[in-house]
Design a binder for this molecule. Structure first.
Ligand code: CTP
Length: 424
């Protein structure tokens, strides 16, 4: 339908980017393909008025598919149609752009847009494997446009940039390259690997870590890439490859992996599996918080802010050092279970996990016992039991329940009969 609408207007329509790559890969592997994210480009017009072709096509499609939501991003002449379902896997995003070239007036800046041909549109992309297009309109529909050797690179299993400046223009492409390399089991082609070292050695990461009015878009892209990487099953290999390339400096110049942080990240996975049932935890964000917690305290909040993490994350990282000191100082003095509960209940689950992972065995074990057992203990009698025993609901109820909980936690009472005796 989209190609018919484009043909009616005398335009060409192409499927581009990741969907073409994944289509070719799945053909080669005889695999099934799930595409939730489709990028289309409209091209083939010469009138200045047609620079908004992508938006016009999206509007025409929304007239036909009334259940789709339309979003228009004016500055970049792009529009999106969204069929949103509860599960991300069942949702569909169709981005429709007008063929364009992006030039960078200064490194790592926001791309500016002007109408141009499909070849130039593809040339501005990150890697050859992502820079192919499949023509959807007649004549020659079904034709693969592969100007930069993407098909051969897919076969050779290599990641290759289109031009040497690619990583200087957009350092987050290093993260994208790593993500594709690990996800598909590909390697960086030699000159591309050299371009990465060149970009890193020339200090490109400084722009991603600077607080600068020009960099929020870059920070957003870095955060998006980190999210993709840290929520994927291959997060560990991807982090290790980023570290080998010295690219973790894009988060902070002092960030390096070592055995200790990798061990903590693996322990974090045990915590995430264990506590997910209790409270849904944001896995990628927790992994990122642990990486940031690995930095010296004075950098943590700034890095979290730069990456535009959620406010609760920023606050947690800002206060982590103080909270950790409090816990390390006071928790060893809590001998009774009720004291442990009384002391730890003011901290949120994520803070306690981060502190436990950063602390010595004694503190770590006490936090673990608290989180896995003590935090869930209920007093042996509840409000209804108290009413049956003749207590009238009053402010004293809470005090009685607190006393019962304390006695339950410390093992002073072991069953309901003992609890009734305790009250008497
Ligand atoms: N792109 C780019 N530089 C970036 C981000 C994206 O050149 N920093 C280009 C890539 O060519 C990519 C296209 O924009 O193919 C669309 O981006 P996106 O949807 O993020 O990536 P996909 O390649 O579709 O990858 P994925 O399968 O992970 O969605």
């Amino acid at each position: 339908i989209a190609s018919q609408e484009a043909e009616k207007r005398g335009w060409h329509l192409y499927l581009v980017g990741g969907a073409v790559r994944d289509l070719i890969l799945s053909e080669a592997e005889n695999g099934t393909l799930m595409i939730n994210d489709i990028d289309l480009v409209v091209d083939g017009f010469h009138r200045a008025a047609d620079v908004g072709a992508g938006v016009e096509l999206a509007k025409a499609l929304q007239e036909i598919y009334k259940n789709a939501r339309l979003e228009i991003h004016g500055a970049f002449q792009t529009a999106a149609l969204l069929w949103h379902k509860d599960s991300e896997l069942d949702s569909l995003w169709v981005d429709i752009a007008t063929s364009r070239t992006e030039f960078y007036p200064y490194p790592a800046a926001n791309p500016e847009v002007e109408a141009s041909s499909i070849r130039q549109d593809l040339y501005r992309r990150d890697f050859t494997i992502n820079a192919m297009a499949l023509r959807l309109t007649v004549p020659r529909s079904g034709e693969l446009l592969d100007f930069f050797g993407g098909f051969l690179d897919l076969q050779a299993k290599q990641i290759r940039v289109l031009h040497a400046n690619s990583f200087i223009e957009d350092p987050t492409r290093i993260y994208r390259g790593v993500r594709f390399a690990v996800r598909f089991g590909f390697t960086f082609e030699e000159e591309t690997a050299e371009s990465i070292s060149y970009a890193i050695n020339s200090g490109v990461y400084e722009r991603t870590t600077q607080e600068n009015i020009r960099t929020p878009a870059l920070q957003t892209r870095l955060k998006t890439e980190l999210k993709y990487i840290l929520e994927a099953p291959y997060w560990q290999s991807a982090l290790q490859l980023l570290d080998e390339l010295d690219a973790l400096q894009c988060i902070h110049y002092s960030l390096k992996l070592n055995k200790d942080i990798l061990r903590k990240l693996r322990l974090l996975d045990i915590c995430l599996r264990r506590f997910d049932k209790q409270q849904s935890l944001n896995h990628w964000q927790m992994r990122l918080e642990l990486l940031i917690a690995h930095l010296a305290p004075q950098y943590r909040a700034k890095v979290a802010k730069n990456l535009q993490l959620a406010d609760d994350s920023i606050m947690r990282l800002k206060k982590l050092a103080d909270r950790q000191n409090e816990v390390i100082t006071s928790l060893p003095n809590c001998d009774l279970s009720s004291q442990v509960v009384h002391f730890l209940k003011k901290y949120d689950l994520q803070t306690l996990i981060l502190i436990a992972l950063q602390s010595q065995r004694e503190v770590r074990n006490k936090i673990w016992v608290y989180l896995t057992r003590l935090a869930n203990v209920q007093p042996l009698l509840n409000g209804n039991d108290l009413k049956q025993l003749g207590y009238k609901p009053s402010p004293i109820f809470k005090q009685i329940l607190d006393d019962l909980l304390k006695a339950t936690l410390d093992g002073t009472i072991k069953d309901k009969d003992e609890a009734r005796e305790f009250l008497a």
